[in-house]
Write a protein that binds this ligand. Structure first.
Ligand code: NAD
Length: 374
């Protein structure tokens, strides 16, 4: 009998309440189209507001146990957090802690200019931009190794330690080479400008010791991937070149915080934050979430672009597809990706961030309608 995949759905804050239902619609439709079975668990509330309104010191919601996260074949969440709850919630609610807890070391954040989307960069056409920011997800400034000195109730000094390990560098750089080889999550294999598979290692060596190690490990691994061109860029220069010649890039691997920042910049490069999907992937677990946050400035109006969430759940299916060698799931990722492109290319349904006047739900419905069977 064919395996039934367990997928857990978590909602989050702000626009999560609007975009998660659209991803659920697409998951429902894609099962029928591609002939596999998902057991969708949830959606459960998972946001800062929900926990603040309940007994937030209890830790996890009793339904959403840590075991449930670990048992699922994969899971997804809408963005979590609202500015008014910053630093007021206990640890388990922070996405960063899940990344460490589940050891999902690869944050895959594609940047692709899709058909029907106008670029913020002059003269760029769909197909000209198609790269992945591959962000290391478990080290660097975000491991919260540090402390602070307070006197008389006033914080006088705060220290964050920048951690980079050989193991951490090695596994993310290998992941980057494999991504460049497979072309997964991209429109086409290779860089748009010349079709070459290329791994760009971007960090700030010569200044940060962790980044010296990151580059050194990449240099050690480079000879093992002769079919992929290796390119090195200081991260500050990369932020310039990504705008000036985005088509040169294929997969750009970088330490955690740089990847966080560069992937938001890449949200703009692909036309809107609402286009920016992502997965957090490790060797044993994977979960999907958009690159962006809860967008409190537009929440509750039904106008958020659900593309980011829809593309994220598509990417999420690819992960168990690889793990279980189930091509139906890999095809479903491609199918969702292509359906989004068809809707955007038609320019008939689009949310306000892309210059349209349609709602989140109307866009989700259009994607469902555009889904083909393989
Ligand atoms: P944001 O990413 O929520 O918003 C930045 C801009 O992008 C806003 O103008 C917003 O309207 C727009 N935008 C984002 N998603 C969109 C979509 N789908 N459609 C159309 N426009 C969209 O960044 P922020 O305002 O700095 O953060 C808000 C909250 O989200 C903060 O509390 C932050 O901590 C949290 N956050 C959570 C995550 C996560 O859960 N992984 C990531 C980043 C920020």
């Amino acid at each position: 009998m064919s395996r039934r995949y367990k997928v857990l759905a978590l909602v989050g804050d702000g626009i999560a309440h609007e975009i998660v239902p659209e991803a659920l619609k697409v998951l429902e439709a894609v099962q029928a189209a591609y002939g596999f079975d998902l057991e969708v668990i949830g959606p459960y509330e998972f946001g800062a507001k929900y926990y603040a309104d309940h007994d937030m010191m209890e830790g996890w919601d009793p339904t959403v146990t840590r075991e449930l996260l670990f048992e699922a074949d994969c899971w997804f969440k809408g963005p979590v957090g609202l500015p008014e709850y910053l630093n007021r919630l206990p640890g388990p609610y922070l996405p960063i802690n899940q990344r460490l807890d589940m050891d999902v070391y690869a944050n895959v954040r594609p940047c692709r200019l899709r058909p029907g989307v106008d670029s913020v960069l002059v003269g760029r056409e769909p197909g000209d931009i198609d790269y992945i920011v591959l962000r290391e997800n478990t080290e660097h400034m975000y491991v919260r190794a540090g402390g602070q000195l307070s006197r008389g109730g006033e914080t006088e000094l705060a220290v964050d330690n920048y951690i980079q390990t050989r193991k951490g560098c090695e596994r993310i750089i290998r992941y980057g080479y494999e991504l460049a080889r497979s072309g997964d999550y991209k429109g086409k294999v290779g860089a748009p400008v010349d079709g070459k598979k290329r791994l760009t290692c971007a960090a700030k060596w010569g200044i940060c010791r962790g980044d010296n190690l990151f580059k050194a490990v990449c240099e050690e691994l480079e000879p093992g991937y002769p079919d992929v061109e290796t390119d090195y860029a200081w991260i500050d220069a990369w932020s310039y070149w990504a705008i000036m010649r985005p088509g040169y890039y294929d997969v750009a691997v970088m330490p955690n915080q740089y990847g966080d920042i560069m992937s938001d910049m890449s949200g703009a490069i692909q036309g809107s934050m609402g286009m920016a999907g992502s997965i957090n992937a490790g060797d044993r677990h994977c979960y999907a979430e958009p690159t962006h946050g809860s967008a409190p400035d537009i929440a509750g109006r039904g106008i958020a672009n659900p593309t980011s969430m829809i593309l994220s759940v598509g990417m999420m299916l690819n992960w168990p597809g690889d793990k279980r060698r189930d091509n139906r799931l890999k095809d479903a990722w491609r199918g969702i990706d292509a359906a989004v492109d068809r809707v955007l290319a038609a320019r008939s349904v689009r949310t306000p961030d892309l210059g349209g006047a349609d709602s989140t739900a109307e866009f989700g419905d259009a994607v469902v309608e555009a889904l083909d069977s393989p």
